[in-house]
Design a protein around this ligand. Structure first.
Ligand code: DGJ
Length: 761
């Protein structure tokens, strides 16, 4: 039974208590409204407790004694820089007369209950200038996620320069030691779990690349003393919903208090708010649980399914919404007018609605054909894909004019008529005739210098005057902060979607930013591009989704370089990594599912030996690894033997049976290849009746043994039947003795898939 979220306000004391499903979060006004002090984040509290906590904390108790640091290290919910403040601030503003600190007073609150959420907004007005800062909090019925963001409004008569503006500042309770876990990686090695013990000082993780990045992902867990396990212990976890450059700071202050704060990366960024302007900072949700890392992940997954995937903007303010317009549908790059932006409102973030649909089994031709796509070749692959039960056929890179390799063509989004003499129409028709939906790859934020688009508009890319335009993968980044460029990009994809029965777009982005300049705007705050690019991307995607509601999107950035809760508002799935080696994928997937639900984790079965690692693995093993998420096939089906085709058909049929459990169930990580002799995941439906177990063994080693697989979260008193063998077990037996593994598990890279059904008592 979902517990309703609520916000309790004690007006006399000046405190607020956010009540989530099973946790509490409290803060209160101090210094006559000049500060908002953090009071509690952890287990649920009685409504009267925050007032008592404030009486202590508001009066600068020993806990926040300034004697050790000489600084004013009070736990402010959001820290405007100024005074004796030396820890990481939340806000640094510069006013027109040169004043560079902020002092403010609380002025008002707004509380809004919508169907499944309660949103609290608190306004703080600068005491001398027209800048108002709104701190926003949202809680969700049935969840422990607390979402925070901030809005800055310039209501004065002069510009205000914002040089640093975080989304949230999360204070942790005082504990002796803290462990930080985070995700790092690189191309082909995304979302690897790493950890660090935090000592005094700051640990800063960030992306300065213009996108979320392969290198670090804006998600974390913090657990005291490094004591939490997969199943137990206190864990605080946060994940920034932003797809551009970001910065998260974990600071153990000199007085020994820990805060985790961040949002937009302030590096090279500044926004000048003109009178009347505002900036809405990205959402930064976080949660507390005492159920260990597994419970934290399950909370993220369930919340993302209910409130994030495909729900658009989280903070209620979208950029311009582009409207489909016939004038935009010209294939010529010169056509850049006609679409009219209109103010967009959020298409439902935080509101209840049907959960995301199950992901279809997809085929993608990239590893099979690379750029050598032709109508005949794709049709042959489509026919074989349909034979094994694929439901969606996706043509990847190489279908458009001039695109025979990665040196040319990006930007010229018209079909290559040497490869598709009659356009995409006949292939789409054939794919649909085979019972599959059709999907297409695009990379709309990019241009090759060798393209008609670049020849016509060399000023449309980010660049600095008198500086090299650094190419990466022979491409440059289009300046989406320019409204005409954004409108053109929208128009190109809108045209493709209007002219063809395309039901899925894989939206790629294969390079980071460099030379992030906009010379024509010199002196008019061109540094704003870091944020405006992402806002523009979001509004293009929101606009396309509104104009083509049946179309689903995949976020790709050279693999998993754009995986975050911001893009998930506009994408049904994420391409996890270009590394499709099944053994490597187990680790990448373990990191990915710390925060993202299995259903958005796109995983392909590709050929053996793997093109990247040259590792050989059986088809069954490759399937069993890919079945842990949204299953896709990416191998060259024209080379698969009849035996492999038959085995693939059988495995895809099995996946369709277990898909609701994998994609909408609860994930329990039973064992990790990093610490155990095998990796294993269990998926359990919400009603507890269906269980799926996937287990994977790596290179065999003698003496390691095959310890039993102990299952999780079953009813000890219930009976469970193995759906394939008919064998019956007591829940207690599976929980304590473990699941006897089917058959002999011998050799390298072997796997098991077990389906259990709880017997009705
Ligand atoms: C990078 C993606 O991650 C690949 O899957 C593929 O789409 C290529 N780009 C195409 O250029």
């Amino acid at each position: 039974m979902a517990v309703a979220a609520d916000v309790w306000h004690d007006q006399a004391a000046g405190t607020w208590l956010l009540q989530t499903h099973s946790t509490g979060y409290a803060f209160g006004l101090a210094d006559a409204g000049a500060a908002l002090r953090h009071l509690h984040w952890g287990p649920g509290l009685r409504a009267e407790v925050p007032a008592a906590l404030l009486a202590v904390a508001g009066g600068e108790p020993p806990r926040w004694d300034r004697s050790r640091s000489g600084a004013r290290e009070l736990p402010d919910e959001y820290v405007p820089w100024g005074g004796l403040r030396f820890d990481e601030p939340s806000l640094k503003a510069e006013y027109a007369d040169g004043t560079r600190s902020t002092e403010w007073r609380y002025v008002a609150q707004r509380l809004a209950r919508q169907a499944a959420t309660v949103t609290l907004e608190l306004d703080f007005a600068d005491t001398a200038y027209g800048l108002t800062t709104t701190l926003a909090y949202r809680v969700y019925d049935g969840f422990d996620v607390i979402e925070r963001w901030a809005v800055l409004r310039n209501g004065g008569g002069h510009p205000v320069a914002i040089r640093q503006a975080h989304s949230a500042n999360w204070w942790l309770p005082d504990r002796a030691r803290w462990r930080l876990r985070y995700l790092h990686g690189g191309w082909g090695a995304e979302t690897r779990l790493a950890e660090a013990t935090l000592g005094p000082g700051k640990l800063v993780l960030e992306s300065r690349r213009g996108t979320t990045s392969h290198q670090f992902n804006p998600w974390f867990t913090l657990d005291p003393g490094g004591q939490a396990t997969e199943d137990n212990g206190e864990v605080w976890s946060g994940a920034l919903a932003w797809s551009g450059s970001w910065k998260l700071v974990y600071e153990l202050t000199s007085a020994g208090h820990l805060h985790a704060c961040g949002g937009l990366n302030d590096f090279d960024w500044m926004v000048r708010l003109l009178p009347g302007d505002k900036i809405v900072l990205p959402s930064f949700p976080a949660l507390y649980t005492d159920g260990g890392f597994g419970a934290a992940s399950r909370e993220w997954h369930a919340w993302a399914r209910a409130h994030v995937i495909g729900r658009g903007d989280r903070t209620g303010v979208a950029g311009p919404r582009w409207r489909a317009s016939a004038a935009l549908r010209s294939p010529s790059p010169e056509a850049s007018s006609g679409g009219r932006p209109e103010d967009g409102s959020t298409p439902g973030a935080g509101q209840p609605g049907p959960g995301p649909r199950l992901r279809p089994v997809l085929y993608n031709s990239w590893e099979a054909t690379s750029f050598a796509v032709t109508q005949d070749g794709q049709e042959r692959l489509a026919e074989r894909a349909a034979r094994i039960g694929v439901e969606r056929f996706v043509v990847d890179d190489g279908w458009f004019r001039g695109r025979d390799n990665d040196h040319a063509g990006l930007g010229d989004w018209t079909v290559d008529d040497t490869k598709f003499p009659y356009g995409l129409g006949p292939l789409v028709k054939r794919v649909n005739g085979l019972g599959m939906s059709f999907g297409l790859w695009v990379e709309p934020e990019m241009v090759n210098p060798d393209s008609d688009l670049y020849r016509a508009h060399p000023d449309w890319v980010y660049h600095f005057a008198h500086r090299t335009r650094t190419e990466h993968r022979n491409q440059l980044v289009l300046n989406l902060a320019r409204p005409d460029v954004a409108e053109w990009v929208f128009g190109q994809i809108d045209r493709l979607l209007t002219e063809n029965n395309i039901e899925f777009i894989k939206w790629d982005m294969n390079r980071p930013f460099s030379e992030p300049g906009w010379p024509a705007e010199a002196g008019r705050n061109p540094e704003r591009i870091w944020v405006d690019h992402v806002r523009s991307l979001y509004s293009i995607l929101d606009g396309l989704r509104a104009a083509h509601p049946g179309v689903e999107f995949e976020s790709c950035s050279g693999g998993g370089g754009r995986a975050d809760l911001g893009i998930l508002g506009r994408a049904e799935q994420i391409w996890t990594s270009d590394n499709t080696d099944a053994w490597d994928r187990i680790l990448i997937q373990e990191g990915f599912t710390q925060v993202f639900p299995p259903q958005v984790m796109m995983a392909w079965v590709t050929d053996s030996p793997n093109w990247w690692t040259e590792r050989r693995a059986s088809l069954r093993f490759r399937f069993h690894v890919a079945m842990a998420g949204a299953l896709g096939i990416g191998g060259d089906l024209s080379r698969w033997t009849e035996r492999e085709m038959a085995e693939a058909a059988e495995l895809i049929a099995t996946y369709k049976l277990i898909r609701p459990v994998i994609q909408h169930g609860r994930l329990y990580r039973l064992a990790s290849v990093t610490t155990d002799p095998y990796g294993a995941c269990q998926y359990l439906t919400d009603d507890g009746t269906q269980v799926v177990i996937l287990a994977w063994w790596g290179p065999s080693s003698s003496g390691g043994g095959r310890p039993a697989l102990r299952l999780a979260a079953l009813d000890p008193g219930a009976r469970y039947t193995d759906a394939d063998s008919g064998q019956e077990y007591w829940g207690a037996e599976l929980l304590h003795e473990g699941l006897p593994l089917p058959g002999a598990i011998r050799g390298d890279f072997v796997s098991a898939l077990v389906r259990l059904v709880r017997r009705a008592s």
